[in-house]
Ligand binder design. Structure first.
Ligand code: BEZ
Length: 251
């Protein structure tokens, strides 16, 4: 009898824990645009990481993977390593996590560094591969998609600015490799629009293309009437500035 009562008490005491866990899994909380980047401490191939504090006033790009030695993820890491200098030049640090253990991260890193991918020669992976075998960081960033096999969709990219705020997010499924060019383009566009609050980037924008003017002031409107105006428009609500290298101060 005491045994049955004991089982009953145990069942009642663990039920809320299980149901809470299920609820969390059903509603993963993704830090959204404008939110502070959740902080964590974790081991990585570059030692212990305090995120985002260790990366100071740099931009941070948090890039996640479900498992080491996965084929698509391997190509993404090789492409990131190849482009790392470009991220550095933009003042951005790459932080890559994978829901696997540190030993496997080191083995994956060594194997990747031996590959001559696209005949470019071997690359060094200087950015940290962060241990997330317990899914703690993935869960903190709402990356465990409840209707997918555990971990499968931990394939997010979080753009975090100098003030440690989330500025852009995207998720790709396991079947589709993320585009390093798009990661760079997003970063450059964020920096460009931060530099000038009045500038936006249109669809398919690439650095050097015309940018858009969100709120033309009177002097800009005057300039638009000139034949040699540096602005052009498709409609009153779609104004472009063709000389994006000039200062946005009204000419
Ligand atoms: C990959 O190829 O990277 C991959 C495969 C299965 C699950 C997640 C990722």
């Amino acid at each position: 009898m005491r045994f049955i009562v004991g089982i009953l008490i145990w069942t009642l005491s663990v039920t809320p824990i299980w149901s809470q866990k299920k609820t969390n899994m059903e509603s993963p909380s993704v830090p959204l645009i404008g939110d502070p980047a959740p902080s964590f401490v974790a081991e990585s191939t570059n030692g212990t990481i305090h995120f985002p504090a260790d990366f100071g006033r740099n931009w941070k790009i948090l890039f996640s993977h479900p498992r080491d030695f996965t084929p698509v993820c391997s190509t993404e890491i090789l492409e990131l390593a190849h482009a790392e200098r470009e991220f550095e030049k933009l003042g951005a640090k790459l932080v890559v996590l994978s829901s696997d253990k540190l030993e496997t991260h080191f083995a994956w890193k060594t194997a990747l560094e031996e590959i001559d991918y696209k005949d470019r020669g071997p690359v060094k992976i200087n950015f940290p591969l962060v241990d997330d075998q317990a899914y703690e960081i993935s869960d903190l960033y709402g990356m465990s998609h409840p209707n997918a096999k555990r971990g499968k969709n931990i394939r997010g990219v979080f753009f975090i600015d100098r003030e440690d705020r989330v500025r852009a997010i995207y998720f790709y499924p396991a079947e589709i490799g993320r585009n390093t060019e798009e990661t760079l383009r997003t970063l450059i566009a964020l920096q460009k629009t931060d530099d000038d609050f009045n500038v936006k980037t249109p669809a398919n924008w690439y650095p050097g293309d015309p940018v858009m003017i969100a709120y033309p002031n009177t002097l800009m409107e005057e300039n638009m009437k000139r034949d040699d105006s540096i602005y052009f428009q498709y409609a009153w609500f779609m104004i472009f500035w063709q000389n994006e290298n000039a200062s946005s101060a009204v000419p």
